[in-house]
Design a protein around this ligand. Structure first.
Ligand SMILES: *[C@@H]1O[C@H](CO)[C@@H](O)[C@H](O)[C@H]1NC(C)=O
Ligand SMILES: *[C@@H]1O[C@H](CO)[C@@H](O)[C@H](O)[C@H]1NC(C)=O
Ligand SMILES: *[C@@H]1O[C@H](CO)[C@@H](O)[C@H](O)[C@H]1NC(C)=O
Ligand SMILES: *[C@@H]1O[C@H](CO)[C@@H](O)[C@H](O)[C@H]1NC(C)=O
Length: 382
């Protein structure tokens, strides 16, 4: 009987959802889901909703894998978002934030999860308590009580992956939402209905083995404004960018109103009168062996791998850097040719690691924190 009741309610719900989300892509909740390919920061990759009266336990569990230290994983709410819950990572550690009856709560704890291994996570709501279990051990328990909360749950519950359904300004402790992570074996409130994915969602692989790095499959760029990046310390040392990895194509480019340079090996486009041919040095290689490219901006000089490539007294690179040029990884903005393909294991600017999740614009195909282990195969397959 119960089963029949549930089944018919699920069917009704399913039809209902279909009515509202005609164009949405359906995804089964226990599939492997790569959270890294989103087109916007806060919008969920997929969401689902259910009638609370049909839910037997407010428990969800799933397996999770990432190298990313920060980003949004999972969101849930009731009362159309008046009461909400967010699970995210900060410094690799799980953090829960809850908004309920004019209270905002934030709690962080448990082990670092961003080690590239699969971890089992379980989230439970037990009356006034929320419990987070990691690898079958209770790691976080959070209790909250207010005179204003009603304990009887009615109405709808909504869940979302990789984003929030309420304004992120409601967060007590803001964070950068982009996450390069995979989820599998999900069980969401024991629901059997599929999720609705954003219309542009395409299943993308979670590679069997991953390593740290930023993966560019060859279809897009990550853009920074240099004024947001580590700055000039002394005029003598200038600004140094070091990139480690194995790649094909254009590694990076810089542009301002007056000039544009492409590194390495690709013909430079001239804007105004500047002309220099940056020849391919040891940076790019056709064999995709791990290499390193070092680019240094001095006041009037560009150095590539320790060699002086260009001197131009009319350009002050260091004040340009401070004022803000566009630094693009993966190609030249506006050009579709010769995009970077490969794994950038490490990008250092002034010795500090650069996180592509902090780019002001990043193509959804780029994985900021993981590369397939066998990049060479990956390249030849595509
Ligand atoms: C939820 O379930 C209750 C009781 O089963 C029902 O009265 C209500 O109409 C349902 N709401 C929705 C949105 O399906
Ligand atoms: C989850 O659903 C299955 C059938 O779909 C049922 O057998 C099981 O008891 C449910 N589990 C819980 C905890 O409600
Ligand atoms: C997600 O998919 C991309 C390629 O489509 C891949 O580079 C990345 O490693 C995947 N993320 C994880 C955490 O496996
Ligand atoms: C970079 O940022 C600075 C400071 O916010 C701004 O003035 C400048 O216009 C930006 N440059 C570009 C190319 O967007």
């Amino acid at each position: 009987m119960d089963f029949l009741r549930n089944a018919s309610i699920f069917l009704a719900l399913y039809l209902n959802l279909n009515w509202f989300w005609v164009s949405a892509v359906k995804v089964s909740g226990n599939e492997v889901i790569n959270l890294s390919h989103k087109s916007s920061a806060w919008e969920p990759l997929m969401h689902i909703s259910a009638n609370l009266s049909t839910i037997s336990s407010i428990t969800s569990h799933f397996e999770f894998r990432t190298f990313d230290p920060e980003g949004i994983v999972f969101y849930g709410d009731t009362k159309e978002g008046q009461d909400w819950f967010v699970l995210s990572l900060r410094d690799g550690i799980p953090e829960v934030q809850i908004g309920k009856a004019n209270m905002l709560v934030s709690v962080k704890g448990g082990p670092k999860l961003n080690d590239g291994a699969w971890h089992k996570l379980e989230l439970r709501s037990k009356g006034k308590y929320v419990v987070v279990e990691i690898n079958n051990q209770e790691k976080l328990e959070l209790g909250m009580k207010s005179d204003q909360t009603d304990e009887v749950l009615t109405g709808k519950i909504r869940l979302a992956l990789g984003g929030m359904l309420v304004d992120q300004k409601k967060l007590l402790h803001p964070f950068n939402p982009w996450i390069d992570a995979c989820i599998r074996k999900g069980n969401w409130l024991n629901l059997s209905t599929p999720w609705d994915a954003e219309p542009s969602w395409k299943p993308s692989p979670c590679f069997p083995e991953i390593k740290t790095g930023s993966y560019f499959p060859g279809s897009g760029l990550a853009l920074f404004n240099t004024s947001d990046l580590p700055g000039v310390k002394t005029e003598e040392s200038g600004v140094t960018i070091e990139v480690y990895g194995s790649w094909h194509g254009t590694l990076m480019s810089v542009q301002s109103n007056e000039f544009q340079f492409t590194f390495p090996g690709v013909k430079k486009k001239e804007r105004r009168s500047l002309s220099v041919d940056l020849k391919e040095e040891s940076g790019s290689s056709n064999t995709a062996d791990a290499t390193k490219l070092t680019l240094t901006f001095l006041k009037h000089t560009l150095m590539l791998n320790g060699k002086q490539e260009l001197v131009d007294e009319s350009i002050d690179f260091l004040s340009r850097w401070t004022d803000g040029m566009i630094l693009a990884f993966g190609g030249v903005p506006g050009e579709t040719e010769n995009h970077l393909q490969g794994c950038l294991e490490k990008i250092l600017i002034q010795g500090q690691a650069v996180d592509l999740d902090h780019a002001f614009s990043k193509h959804p195909s780029i994985s900021s924190h993981s590369c397939p282990v066998n990049t060479v195969n990956e390249l030849t397959e595509s």
